[in-house]
Unconditional design. Structure first.
Length: 148
């Protein structure tokens, strides 16, 4: 019996794989949206009105940077979660924190609500809720030793 190296391994809970893959897909869609918007992909942006396009293309650099940090941080956090890395916790935290200035700009500093409609505010609330849930879930997994 080897007492220097414990043989007890923490088993990866099956829900981690389900939530991790769903988180990666969810955050991947957000990153794709950011990429297509910022590269002004014509086919992707064709469903928006000229007023909405002017709104998107008028984002200040700090809003674009915060948006990119939020969505790409979500992708990285999801990958780290699937790799069972404790680093997922602070990465999800940074991603969530980066959402705050973007939402503040969209709904307080600009006329984003008037341009994008009430559905945009509801969808932003859903995005925020998912981000909080991913942070809480990764924190719980880190606290129980599942994330290393």
């Amino acid at each position: 019996m080897n007492t220097l190296h414990p043989t007890s391994a923490i088993v990866t809970p099956k829900p981690l794989w389900v939530f991790g893959v769903l988180a990666l897909l969810w955050n991947g869609v957000g990153a794709f949206d950011c990429l297509m918007t910022e590269t002004r992909n014509p086919s992707y942006m064709s469903s928006f009105s000229p007023e909405q396009l002017a709104y998107f293309y008028g984002f200040p650099a700090w809003v674009i940077a915060a948006w990119a940090l939020a969505v790409w941080g979500g992708v990285l956090g999801s990958v780290l979660l699937l790799l069972r890395r404790r680093l997922a916790v602070p990465v999800f935290g940074v991603s969530l924190a980066a959402m705050m200035p973007t939402s503040f700009y969209n709904f307080a500093l600009s006329n984003g609500l008037a341009i994008m409609g009430r559905e945009a505010a509801i969808f932003s609330a859903v995005i925020f809720t998912v981000a909080v849930a991913l942070l809480a879930y990764s924190r719980r997994l880190a606290a129980t030793g599942v994330l290393r």
